[in-house]
Design a protein around this ligand. Sequence first.
Ligand code: PFF
Length: 445
Amino acid sequence: MKREHWGSRLGFIMAAAGSAIGLGNIWKFPYMAGENGGAAFIIIYLGIVFTIGLSLMLAEITIGRHTQSDAINAFKKFNRPAWSFIGILGIVTAFVIFSFYSVVAGWTIAYVVKSATGAFSGMDAAAIGDTFGGFVSSTVQPIVYHGIFAALTVLVVLGGVSGGIERASKILMPVLFLILIALVVRGVTLPGAEKGLEFFLSPDFSKITASTVMAALGQAFFSLSLGMGVILTYGSYLGKEANIGRSAWQIALLDTMVAILAGLAILPAVFAFNMDPAAGPGLTFVTLPAVFEAMPGGYFFSIIFFVLLTIAALTSSISLLEPIVSFFSTKGFTRTQATIGAGVLAFLIGIPSSLSLGAWSDIHIIKGQGFLDSASWLTDKILLPVGGLLICLFVGWVITPIAIREVSGEGEPSALVKAWIFILRFIAPIAIVMILLTGLEIVTL
Ligand code: PFF
């Protein structure tokens, strides 16, 4: 069967940026930056994204484009079947990420509904916090929303690569940008917004410790969707003519821009209403609704903010499902069977994550954490770093000449390409091993 391809390079960029831009950018990045020294954290994060992150992204696209195969079969095509372990790990990781991602994304849909029906009207932050706590710890509702989100994901993936994923991304990504810009304009024009801008943009290097750097690395991996074969799979739908170096750079740039814009939309508003910028995950679901309650036009901005989050999450979750579908389509399943089967399974695996905040809160899996936190810990600290490390080593040491040719054609490799290989060989592996050692608390910083 002929492999499906993106309709255009722009379509690929939108789909891959859609994968990268997600809850990680809008939900997680602003509070991480808030907790870890504002602009100082951003500077470190930028440094990591455009060295290690970009190199790994290009490595994944290179493997995918060269082999035109899913994440497992790609390694067999290089006659390195043992390395196809990376692809298997990637598929496991996709299910694990989906299991908590879709649950949180379900909350964002619920919050679109709550915002639209004025569920928070007249409430202060404490009451909104109680409502949030009550909602996430209930049994049925969050699972229903998780199911709705999983079903939306399946619907898009059923449409295929160019007819489903690309088409949806080309509509949703521009909408996402427009909403985000509207929110930034609203945030920075609020009286008192300067304090938030100052907090976000003036660097406090005293907050930077080795563990902040590790956190920035982990966040860069998650945010760029690296280390699990998602970008590899998307790269496999690219034709030979596409300039993959430029594509990788553009995707990383878009992802980072959105993370920073999300900070600019959120933090000034939080400061303008004297709320706590370091409220952690609650920033999105508790602090912000309270901010919207107090803000002129808050009803409207609240709805579009949660629509924005839902869109961001959807274009990411389809990229989690696609590698699974791509692999099972080579195993005798039709695309429809593979998509529905994987979607249902992913939904079921997510249910314990949802219950872990309520009925199953007494069940502890890793380090005394429930399902949701354990799944997130496992991906951040183990699965993505291990996958990323193996991909770096594979491209940097095992298939180096092929990779160089794939990126620079027959000519002499440029200095940038040489730097890329150097990062893949030495810098990225060392950095990733550090994440693993600190994550597993073998080394404490
Ligand atoms: N990059 C997404 C985010 O920042 O929310 C999350 C993600 C999607 C991670 C797809 C990994 C992945 F394969």
